[in-house]
Design a protein around this ligand. Structure first.
Ligand code: FAD
Length: 347
């Protein structure tokens, strides 16, 4: 499997880097400081068409699959990890619709999301816990031509943003079937009974708002069900696996930026009359960091290739996310140490 960027991917990366470095980086800090969703910057990003990168061109997508999406997440995260998070949390509802929705559902929801008309959120995690997705309590009861949803979700990222237009919710349709009784629905903003609760202030990804959502007898047409009744668990597990590749890619972007800053600082900063990188004690951790960044990139691209080829990929996506996110934290620490005392100042 060839893991190099192909021509289309290089063009994607180049175009997006211009936006990330030219528009996001110089303007983002006040939003991070205020824990504020950067509405105008996200609008600008949506207008450039990158949101549809991964998806089918028949529905206004760019056709570059998960490999392309990983490049978008990484490049945005280099400028600001929270911007990568806004992208990847919007990708989750798009992925579930793209993989499992009928053409009618894709036309109605995926196409405007690819065009960037609005953003969406993924409502899986509930107050009682997120790891055990099979224990979801939100109910969807069939009533004539509709389903009526009741329950609550937490940590729904993007759902409190002004550009938010819809959520995909996983709910219990058939309690007697246990994990096989879950199904997924699109619920548009403005549906009576669909309420946004409070946003939690986070220690990272600050600009990506994560909110509570409440469904109080929310009625949606049956046509808003994604795929087959009872397929909800399978749909979530696959979508979360693809999401893991993008979470890993945001870690990769963060690590790359950290080490680039450290490399330029270490080349200029002199201790004992020579640049600090002349002291091997600092180049060993730098070499470790660069090696781990490379390994993470290969794992992420390999997992993305498997996903795009419709081959089994859950193990590889989990390993890529685990490795890349732990690597990001280690590399950020190495970069901070290379900066010496300046490493702890916000500037
Ligand atoms: C920034 C952020 C954004 C998010 N955005 C979204 C979103 O948009 N949509 C959404 O639906 N969710 C979202 N989530 C939720 C996320 O998916 C959950 O936090 C995650 O699934 C874990 O669930 P939990 O927090 O309830 O932890 P729990 O499930 O309560 O787990 C607590 C701890 O126990 C560990 N644990 C759990 N089960 C086991 C086990 N069997 N064996 C050993 N250890 C175990 C966990 O690893 C964890 O360390 C977001 C979370 C964060 C932090």
């Amino acid at each position: 499997m060839l893991l190099d960027l192909n021509e289309e991917e290089r063009l994607l990366k180049g175009g997006l880097e211009q936006f990330a470095e030219g528009a996001i980086r110089p303007k983002i800090k006040p939003f991070v400081d205020r824990h504020e969703f950067p509405t105008e910057l996200v609008k600008e990003f949506l207008s450039l068409g990158f949101m549809g990168t991964a998806y089918d061109p028949d529905f206004a997508g760019g056709g570059l699959g998960t490999r392309g999406a990983a490049i978008v997440a990484e490049t945005l995260a280099r400028a600001e990890p929270g911007f990568g998070a806004i992208y990847l949390c919007n990708s989750a509802p798009m992925t579930v619709i793209a993989r499992y929705g009928s053409d009618e559902v894709k036309k109605k929801w995926l196409e405007p999301l690819c065009r960037g008309d609005f953003i969406a959120s993924f409502g899986v995690t509930e107050p009682s816990g997120g790891s055990d997705v099979a224990s979801i309590k939100t109910r969807a009861v069939e009533d004539g031509d509709s389903f009526v949803l009741s329950g609550s979700k937490v940590f729904s990222t993007n759902a409190g943003a002004p550009l938010h237009g819809a959520s995909t919710f996983v709910a219990v349709t058939d309690p007697e079937l246990g994990p096989k009784g879950l199904s997924t629905f699109v619920v548009p903003v403005g549906t009576p009974g669909f309420k946004v609760g409070k946003a939690g202030r986070k220690i990272g990804w600050r600009i990506a708002d994560s909110v509570e959502l409440f469904l109080d007898e929310c009625r949606v047409p049956k046509a808003n069900m994604i795929g087959k009744r009872g397929d909800g668990l399978k749909q979530i597990l696959t979508t979360l696996s693809i999401g893991r590749i993008l979470v890993g890619a945001t870690g990769l972007g963060l690590a790359r930026k950290s080490i680039d800053l450290a490399k330029s600082y270490g080349a200029d900063r002199k201790v004992g009359g020579v640049p600090i990188f002349n002291h091997q004690g600092l180049t060993f951790p730098l070499a470790d960091a660069l090696t781990k960044i490379h390994a993470a990139e290969l794992m992420i691209r390999n997992a993305a290739c498997l996903a795009d080829a419709e081959r089994p990929f859950r193990l590889e996506t989990s390993m890529a996310k685990l490795f890349a996110t732990e690597m990001a934290s280690e590399v950020a620490d190495i970069a901070l140490q290379i900066h010496g005392g300046y490493g702890v100042f916000e500037e």
